[in-house]
Design a protein around this ligand. Structure first.
Ligand SMILES: [Zn+2]
Length: 301
């Protein structure tokens, strides 16, 4: 299937029962390549869509003989992927083996030199991506979202025209995998392709179209909106406990004061008004929130 790709398997650590967690790295070399791309999915174990996307795109790389070198890691976090409770993916944080702080798997670029499980794992990924010029880290978000992408404000040219409607520009890097790579001088983008925890064919296909546009296999398109992450991305917290029924969808435009959801609890029913004017970016996977639990994120005008 992938004759021009070579595969290397890297061991991470073994469990109490002696099972070994491993990462497969697929490398592709093109004789005319001037850039190396690191394409990765699955850092967060609840975020599944990117994994089939990388597998499918590897086939296209080979069929199209794309003139780049590629380092592909379709499943970058086997510990995260194998974290589930009663069939529900839970591997957003390391809640299995870190007894103190449940690290968010995508906020530990600073642990690279620590001889811990997390430190060894993130060092492995940072070492693998070190030769690359371009880092594409595939994520998903929320229980329902509209595709978006995080990028440093200097890298707008790379995220425009992909057909991703909402472009979230940041100035201040976090310890995420992409931001850590940006600070190493690379083009480093965090794609949020679809909702988390489930996979649908259409989401995989749409995500492949974004990658085809990125690599020039399809023409660029117009129509994205740019938002400043630090000032225009806002969280929304539940004013009370109860059962939440949304009346709008992720991606919908909202006006402050619109009734966008209803909360049912012991006091009866409470209409919830939009706290902002802008766009509902994503809904959290919370259907029975406690008071002050985060419900959603908005892009605010
Ligand atoms: Zn993620």
């Amino acid at each position: 299937m992938t004759a021009n790709f070579s595969c290397e398997t890297i061991p991470l650590h073994s469990t109490a029962s002696g099972t070994t967690f491993e990462i497969d790295v697929w490398r592709y070399q093109h004789p005319e390549a001037t850039k190396t791309v690191y394409l990765q999915a699955g850092i967060h174990g609840i975020e599944l869509t990117g994994i089939p996307v990388v597998h499918e795109f590897m086939q296209e790389i080979e069929e199209q003989q794309l003139a780049y070198n590629f380092i592909c890691v379709p499943l970058s976090n086997p510990m995260g992927l194998d974290s589930q409770i009663m069939g529900v993916q839970t591997g957003y944080n390391n809640l299995h083996t870190n007894q103190q702080n449940c690290w968010n798997w995508n906020r530990i670029g600073n642990l690279e030199d620590e001889p811990s499980q997390e430190g060894n794992w993130i060092k492995t990924l940072l070492d693998l991506s070190a030769p690359a010029d371009i880092i594409l880290d595939l994520h998903t978000a929320g229980v329902e979202t509209v595709a978006h992408i995080y990028y440093h404000e200097s890298e707008k040219v790379h995220v425009s025209g992909l057909g991703i409607l909402h472009l979230l520009s940041w100035k201040i890097p976090s310890h995420s995998f992409s931001d850590t790579n940006f600070q190493r001088g690379k083009v480093a983008l965090t794609f949020e392709l679809s909702c988390s925890r489930s996979v649908q064919d259409e989401q995989v296909e749409e995500s492949l179209i974004y990658l085809r546009r990125f690599f020039g296999l399809l023409p660029k398109v117009e129509g994205s909106r740019i938002w400043q992450t630090e000032s225009q991305l806002k969280k929304w917290y539940s004013p009370d406990g109860g059962v939440l029924c949304w009346h709008i969808n992720a991606g919908d435009a909202v006006t402050e004061g619109d009734v966008i959801a209803t909360l049912y609890n012991r006091k009866g029913k409470l209409d919830l008004e939009s706290p902002y004017s802008g766009v509902l970016l994503l809904k959290n996977p919370i259907h029975a929130p406690h008071q002050r639990q985060e419900l959603a994120k908005f892009l605010v005008e």
